[in-house]
Design a protein around this ligand. Structure first.
Ligand code: ATP
Length: 241
């Protein structure tokens, strides 16, 4: 269970990105953290993953512990990648096997094969191939907490489908997952709950059951909350002319 209570986060340049953020997520829930560019999604996910600390370090508790005390139980899958550029996928697997007690080596090797990844240093791979190494590693860690920051970036349509299949086919249902993405349609049928960040805090926190009951899609909800204006650029041009 993840409990976040009155979370504030300020970057070193004094830019406050999150304030008064509170929510709790029960074990096994899949949560989409959404919002416009710069809303603070990556910041929130990094805080939950323990890669940065909140202004007051007691604001995030995962199973009653700080995120830093949960190292090894959280898998952080991001566009930037957590692999080492000089290692081949299998050498990276060797490293992870030593580091993560729960690392599922046969599953990792199976995913490398499924994604047709060759044995060459990650730095010599394409962006999409690197992303596949990142996903294979992240999923084979078999951690109870999975945090995915833009897992679809740089992936072609088929890879995105393969990824969702591999993900859905792997989960035990016990994993608690946070995912942020701008590819809303990819996650509509995957997540249980949507949290939308706006102006440094939570603008909406709703379960998919409630959203469906309201007869809305995530996309429609986003439009309502973020207030996307159709033809906004032309309106802007009209204004400055
Ligand atoms: N290292 C940093 N130092 C200072 N400010 C930062 C830093 N990283 C991000 N920010 C600022 O914090 C705010 C939130 O950034 P964040 O990356 O969390 O947003 P996001 O919602 O993930 O955006 P996007 O959808 O564009 O990826 C932005 O205004 C950004 O400029």
């Amino acid at each position: 269970m993840v409990e976040i209570e009155n979370l504030y986060f300020t970057y070193a340049n004094y830019q406050r990105v999150l304030e008064n953020v509170s929510f709790s997520v029960p074990t096994g829930q899949i949560v989409a953290v959404l919002g416009a560019n710069g809303a603070g999604k990556t910041t929130l996910l990094k805080l939950i993953a323990g890669l940065m600390k909140p202004d007051n370090n007691l604001e995030i508790k995962i199973d009653e512990k700080t995120p830093q005390q949960m190292t090894g139980k959280i898998s952080y899958i991001s566009e930037a990648g957590t692999y080492f550029n000089d290692l081949t996928p299998k050498a990276y697997g060797d490293f992870l096997q030593d580091f993560f007690l729960s690392f599922d080596r046969p599953y990792f090797d199976m995913l490398l094969e499924f994604f047709h990844l060759e044995e060459r240093p990650v730095k010599k791979m394409s962006k999409g191939q690197r992303a596949k190494v990142e996903i294979a590693a992240g999923m084979a860690k078999r951690t109870p907490y999975i945090i995915m920051d833009e897992p679809f970036v740089g992936k072609d349509m088929f890879t995105r489908q393969d990824f969702m299949q591999a993900l859905s086919g792997t989960l035990s249902g016990e994993e608690t997952i946070f995912i942020t993405t701008h590819e809303i349609s990819e996650i509509e049928n995957f997540v249980d709950r949507v949290i939308i960040l706006k102006e440094n805090t939570i603008a909406v926190d709703i379960t998919m059951d409630d959203l469906r009951q309201e007869g809305k899609t995530i996309q429609e909800l986003m439009k309502d909350i973020i207030g996307y204006q159709e033809n906004g650029f032309y309106t802007y041009l009209d204004k400055i002319e």
